[in-house]
Design a protein around this ligand. Structure first.
Ligand code: ADP
Ligand code: MN
Ligand code: MN
Ligand code: MN
Length: 361
């Protein structure tokens, strides 16, 4: 493939030392789609220890769907710092919020609101664990490993599978897992999914704003790692129509009260509150106001129907699932199965905390 260069040659240059005091900082941000990430690098002449030490920077927002050409500078405000698993050494990945020329957040910047809500609810110690499902696509955007002129055999043998005829793209998954651990992202695990070439990784439990930060950076790492393998990542919630599972972003949630003995009563109260604002949450659970999830939440393929709210123990056809172990222990967490794979974790975590912890609809 013409776009793939020789990684052995690259490695020679990556082994070159750089001056001690210098480091490369890769600024990463969410673009105007609210779904994709962008990045660019600058040299620093010090090694930062906290995001506040890094300079505010800017970029051409007219090229990322974030500003008009006549007033195109958008500001990057560093908010979280990670080790860089690609450049190693003292180099950093820097997650940023985006602000317009008038210092107001851009439309796709949902973090500042999420942070406000997390600060208000911090005494309840909200924890999140997110399951990020995604699909690996070949360079031509065809699902990785699928026959070019047809379909693989029907679903059944692929979930958590091993074997060259059942899973496609494990190299990407393994590399991404190690990269997450290296950076300091709180990755929990990974598994092959029900549709071949579909995978999942989980991040968490994370408290408050850290959930959104770690998941966005984990998404960046996934796209970046896959790029090295000449593979593409899709977060589309229903990449293949027909009898194939879609991709979600199941969000597991708990408060201190839910985790304490007999926390099941707090979990039940939370589910009642969620039932009252179902449509509002559905609108927030994908970047297109519910349109993306319409293709996925059909009531089939381990989903609930988009316009019905339901809950149940160990039931994967509901909006909210109480895991079997949680019902047995009478404490733990609930799983919101509705968010789409391309949902913004800042928006989803903010909605859950507003509804459950702050009693705001
Ligand atoms: P599933 O059975 O739905 O596939 P997974 O094992 O993929 O579940 O994911 C479970 C997620 O739940 C993990 O991300 C984990 O971090 C998270 N989790 C575990 N305990 C809690 C808790 N008390 N509060 C919030 N999230 C939790
Ligand atoms: Mn899972
Ligand atoms: Mn899954
Ligand atoms: Mn799940």
């Amino acid at each position: 493939m013409a776009s793939l260069t020789n990684k052995t040659v690259l490695d020679r240059f990556l082994r070159l030392g750089i001056p001690d005091a210098k480091c490369q900082a890769m600024y990463v941000w969410i673009d105007g789609t609210g779904e994709n990430v962008r990045c660019k690098t600058r040299t620093l002449d010090f090694v930062p220890k906290a995001p506040c030490e890094l300079p505010i920077w800017n970029f051409d927002g007219s090229s990322t769907g974030q500003a008009e050409g006549s007033n195109s500078d958008v500001y990057l405000h560093p908010v979280a710092l990670y080790r860089d698993p690609f450049r190693l050494g003292n180099n950093k990945l820097v997650l940023c919020e985006t602000y317009k020329h008038n210092k107001k957040p851009t439309e796709s910047n949902q973090r500042w609101k999420c942070l406000e809500v997390m600060q208000k609810a911090k005494d309840q110690h909200p924890w999140f664990g997110i399951e990020q499902e995604y699909t690996l696509l070949d360079f031509d955007l065809h699902p990785l490993g699928w026959p070019k002129n047809g379909y693989p055999g029907p679903q059944g043998p692929y979930h958590c599978a091993v074997g060259a005829n059942k899973v496609y793209g494990r190299d990407v998954v393994e590399a991404h897992y190690r990269a997450c651990l290296y950076t300091g992202i709180n990755i929990f695990g990974t598994n092959a999914e029900t549709m071949p070439a579909q995978w999942e990784f989980q991040v968490g439990p994370c408290e408050g704003i850290t959930m959104g930060d770690d998941l966005w950076m984990a998404r960046y790492l996934l796209h970046r790692v896959a790029e090295d393998f000449g593979v593409t990542v899709s977060l589309d919630p229903k990449p293949v129509t027909g009898d194939w599972n879609g991709a979600g972003m199941h969000t597991n949630f708990s408060t201190e009260a839910m985790r304490a003995p007999n926390g099941i009563t707090a979990i039940e109260t939370a589910i009642e509150k969620l039932g009252k604002v179902h449509e509002k949450h559905i609108k927030a659970y994908d970047p297109h106001g519910g349109k993306d999830n319409e293709r996925r939440l059909t009531g089939r393929h381990e989903t609930s129907y988009i316009h019905d709210f339901s809950a149940g123990v160990a039931n994967r056809g509901t909006s909210i699932r109480i895991p079997r172990g949680v019902a047995e222990d009478k404490c733990g967490y609930l799983e919101d199965r509705r968010p789409s794979s391309n949902a913004d974790p800042y928006v989803v975590s903010e909605r859950l905390v507003r509804t459950i912890c702050l009693d705001e609809s």
